[in-house]
Design a protein around this ligand. Structure first.
Ligand code: C2E
Ligand code: MG
Ligand code: MG
Length: 558
């Protein structure tokens, strides 16, 4: 034992500790560091106990085992274990970090998905359900009503004259008004009903649990009342009166789209009946819609079959006593119905977009016809062509006109374009741009039906136009109605101040002519001089005996 201990002190300390236990009969088992004879350090397992039969002295028997190898194996194992634990700890922290990040990402993605869903199903301006969501809700509501055997009302709502508010007061005011209407509509219906905005000023309300038409009528009146009070936006006091069309499930249809279409048809009827009112869908309305549809089909066919023709009406200049230009007026020469006037199909063509190809054809044909007349030796005259609002806004109108002029070899100054005031109001800046380009090309520009639109003098000042055509409604009662006379007088004054030609439309009688002459008007158009004529009769206008109405003064050259 002594030899195992590196020093005497170590040995003694160990001896004291071991002997105490051995003396009381315990067996000592311990492992300790020892030293081999060659000085190498080893681990020793020492087992000691008292030798038997010796009473008064402590004789101890020791057994030593070299356990160095086991120790180092254990040590290595411990190290490996510690290292492993450390790695596990690190990995766990790492994983829990990743997990937290993943959770956060999932949350953000869920939120984004919800947001996308909301955007895809709601109207950005008012936050109301949009067409997609309306369709889903309507389908659900109809399915429930079918099971319960109850009725559903689909109400189509359109604001009266919203476009005028938008055009004159600006989109900002229009948007505010729409938001306001959305709030009032949402407040007036029950929580289970759906109010949605389809776009523009069109809203659809779906009401479930309706007993019959009376119920729907009460609801519709409530909606009208809810919108009745004026609202002040940017200092303007505005009243958003609606027109409502109602279709009932299952009476007027069972499919969502069918019901919506019928409610829409009824809404148009309400508008036609005088606005700020509601109308129920009826089969009679359906028949009318179908007529409009067949009219559209027939018009398409007429375009293809070349049944559209132009008639020409002279615009007369009393200064020179000559025909100053010829206005091309569209006619539909239907083999079955005869001549159909533009008032009957231009609005539909405008609505369906057919006006764009039609208008293109009108310009081309008017230019071609003018060339034919020139070739036949008729005096060189400008032709005037009417442009509808939609046509005026069409992309590359100017480029198209330039190409047609080149194609027909006509100088730009022999083309006059007539547009109405409302055409200009839609987007004044864009209109101005188009007008300036046309003006720069040399095309002449006239404002048609002047006095009927919302013309601001400020606007007029900026427009490069050459002529104002006083609307025939002012000419009609000119001789009896002092207001009309005052308006005509004002327009003539305006024209001369702005150095524009002023022409009176719809002159039918000599009295009208005399009154206009007295007010200082010098250019006229009307049945008094000539009705619109087919191209082959236009030559007669240059025959001195024509336009005989002016024969009061014998030396007229017209
Ligand atoms: P507008 O441009 O103001 O044309 C004048 C209208 O008044 C023509 O009707 C003409 O026939 C009619 N009129 C002429 N003199 C008299 C008269 O003394 N008394 C009365 N009561 N009426 C007279 P029309 O041809 O039926 O055309 C109506 C409107 O249709 C035109 O009004 C114009 O706005 C539009 N329109 C005609 N042709 C075209 C076209 O090619 N394209 C487009 N976009 N619109 C056209
Ligand atoms: Mg015209
Ligand atoms: Mg006119």
């Amino acid at each position: 034992m002594r030899e195992l201990h590196p020093s005497e002190t170590d040995f003694n300390r160990f001896g004291d500790w071991a002997c105490q236990r051995i003396a009381v009969g315990e067996m000592v088992v311990t492992e300790m560091r020892g030293q081999r004879k060659d000085g190498a350090s080893i681990w020793v397992r020492a087992t000691g106990r008292q030798a038997t039969g010796v009473a008064d002295s402590v004789d101890v028997v020791w057994i030593f085992e070299d356990v160095t190898e086991r120790h180092s194996a254990e040590q290595a194992l411990r190290c490996a274990h510690d290292e492993l634990e450390q790695r596990v700890l690190e990995r766990t922290t790492e994983l829990s970090g990743a997990n937290q990040q993943l959770q956060a990402e999932i949350f953000v993605r869920l939120q984004a998905e919800q947001r996308i869903w909301h955007i895809a199903h709601h109207d950005g301006l008012t936050g109301l359900p949009n067409r997609t969501l309306l369709h889903d809700r309507l389908e659900q509501t109809l399915a429930q009503a079918e099971r319960a055997g109850s009725r559903v009302a689909v109400i189509f709502l359109d604001l009266d004259r919203f476009k005028a508010i938008n055009d004159t007061l600006g989109h900002g005011v229009g948007d505010e008004l729409l938001k306001h209407v959305a709030r009032r509509l949402s407040a007036v219906v029950r929580a289970v009903d759906t109010v949605s905005r389809l776009g523009g000023d069109e809203f659809v309300i779906v009401m479930a649990g309706i007993a019959g038409p009376e119920d729907a009528a009460v609801a519709a009146q409530k909606v009208i009342d809810a919108l009745a009070a004026a609202v002040t936006i940017e200092g303007h006091s505005l009243r958003a009166t609606p027109s409502l069309g109602i279709a009932l499930f299952p009476d007027d249809g069972t499919a969502p789209l069918h019901l919506m279409k019928n409610a829409d048809t009824a809404m148009y009827q309400a508008k036609a009946r005088g606005r700020n009112t509601y109308e129920f869908f009826t089969q009679r309305l359906n028949a009318e819609t179908e007529r409009a549809f067949t009219l559209e089909q027939r018009l398409r066919l007429a375009i293809e079959a070349g049944h559209l023709v132009l008639h020409y009406q002279p615009l007369v200049d009393m200064e020179t006593r000559k025909v100053a230009s010829l206005e091309a007026l569209l006619r539909w020469n239907d083999p079955e119905h005869g001549i159909i006037l533009p008032g009957e199909f231009i609005p539909l063509a405008e609505e369906t977009g057919l006006i764009v190809p039609i208008g293109q054809w009108v310009i081309a044909e008017a230019l071609r016809q003018n060339r034919r007349w020139q070739e036949a030796g008729m005096p060189l005259l400008p032709v005037a062509v009417n442009l509808s609002p939609r046509q005026f806004r069409q992309k590359d109108l100017v480029g198209g006109i330039r190409a047609l002029l080149a194609e027909t070899g006509q100088p730009a100054r022999l083309l006059e374009l007539e547009i109405t005031e409302s055409t200009l109001l839609h987007d004044l800046d864009a209109a101005l741009e188009t007008l300036r380009e046309l003006d720069a090309m040399g095309v002449r520009l006239a404002i048609d039906d002047f006095g009927t639109g919302y013309s601001s003098l400020n606007h007029l000042k900026r427009l490069p136009v050459h002529k104002l055509k006083i609307d025939q409604s002012f000419v009609r009662d000119l001789c009896h109605d002092r207001d009309d006379a005052a308006i005509v007088n004002a327009i003539i004054g305006l024209g001369s101040a702005m150095d524009l030609h002023v022409l009176a439309e719809g002159v039918e009688t000599r009295d009208q002519l005399a009154a206009l002459d007295k007010l200082g008007c010098r250019q006229y158009q009307g049945y008094l001089f000539s009705r619109p004529l087919p191209p082959d009769q236009v030559g007669q206008l240059f025959n001195p005996s024509m336009l005989g109405c002016i024969a009061t003064e014998p030396d007229h050259t017209i």
